[in-house]
Design a protein around this ligand. Structure first.
Ligand SMILES: NC(=O)c1ccc[n+]([C@@H]2O[C@H](COP(=O)([O-])OP(=O)(O)OC[C@H]3O[C@@H](n4cnc5c(N)ncnc54)[C@H](OP(=O)(O)O)[C@@H]3O)[C@@H](O)[C@H]2O)c1
Length: 253
């Protein structure tokens, strides 16, 4: 059987680490793209290699198009193919009312969360088109469907990711490529727990979201990762152009 290859952008994040490990367990070689967490990238590499897989770690700022292109070129040089591209990166900024948000925060958020996805997709698509196969899955957020107080720029970026993914799904269906978005509500990750402890506004918004969630709790990370893996590797070949919520019914659209 051919070796299959997945690229996980933001592979060192709370969800990215789980996704990377799952790809290893599913028999994929994995390229982990990260911004600064070299120690986490190394630990993931050791974990995958111990499980018999190959793992390439790539430090990059994917808000810069040339860095996204460099990463894809490095993966192709090392592994020869890319079957799956998962975006699990995000720009973690403080929650702020839009009119108080510094312009640099607006620019960084759009650069990482929207343009970063565009640059990676643009870099990876030519070889997927040539191979007439590929799956692209992007972690966005329910905020991209329904908006969110105190994170307007991120919601705008996520709305853009959803529209981008639907457009790419339409353009590339004839090449056998699927493009989907996973939209979590709040997830009980280590970072969210740290942020709710450190920031009263985050804690208040999180409590409010739990109250507003029909299933009355946060998502567990594995519940989100399960859907990512289904869309990326499972029997989801007839699903494309979808933005699927994993949010306990918080949004039903
Ligand atoms: N956690 C939640 O409750 C929640 C809810 C809804 C949606 N989401 C979305 O789901 C995704 C994953 O969430 P998470 O909690 O796992 O995020 P996270 O822990 O903050 O991880 C973010 C990842 O993105 C990488 N990254 C950030 N900027 C980058 C850049 N410019 N270039 C390359 N890599 C970059 C980080 O690298 P370093 O580790 O090196 O910094 C890290 O690997 C994000 O898009 C997030 O917004 C999360």
């Amino acid at each position: 059987m051919d070796e299959r290859v997945a690229v996980v952008v933001g592979g060192t994040g709370d969800l990215g680490r789980l996704i990377t490990a799952r790809f290893g367990q599913a028999g994929y070689d994995v390229a982990v793209v990260y911004r600064s967490a070299a120690d986490k990238a190394r630990a993931l590499q050791q974990q995958l290699v111990a499980g018999g897989r190959r793992c390439l770690t790539l430090q990059a700022d994917i808000s810069r198009p040339e860095e996204a292109e460099r990463c894809v070129a490095a993966v192709l040089a090392e592994f020869g193919r890319i079957d799956v591209l998962v975006h699990a990166h995000g720009w973690l900024s403080q929650l702020e009312l839009f009119h108080q948000c510094p312009v640099t925060t607006l620019q960084q958020t759009i650069a990482v969360e929207l343009l970063g996805v565009m640059y990676c997709c643009r870099a990876v698509l030519p070889q997927m088109i040539a191979r007439r196969a590929g799956r692209i899955v992007t972690l966005a957020s329910d905020s991209g469907k329904v908006g969110s107080s105190a994170e307007a720029a991120s919601a705008a970026a996520r709305g853009g990711v959803i529209a981008l993914s639907k457009s790419l799904a339409r353009e590339n269906a004839r090449h056998g490529i699927t493009v989907n978005v996973v939209c979590p509500g709040p997830i009980a990750t280590d970072s969210l727990q740290r942020n709710t402890a450190a920031d009263p506004l985050t804690a208040k918004l999180t409590e409010g979201m739990i109250r507003a969630t029909p299933l009355r709790r946060l998502a567990q990370p594995d519940e989100v990762v399960d859907l990512v893996m289904y869309l990326a590797t499972g029997g989801a070949g007839f699903i494309t152009g979808q933005a699927i919520s994993v949010s306990g019914g918080l949004t039903m659209c």
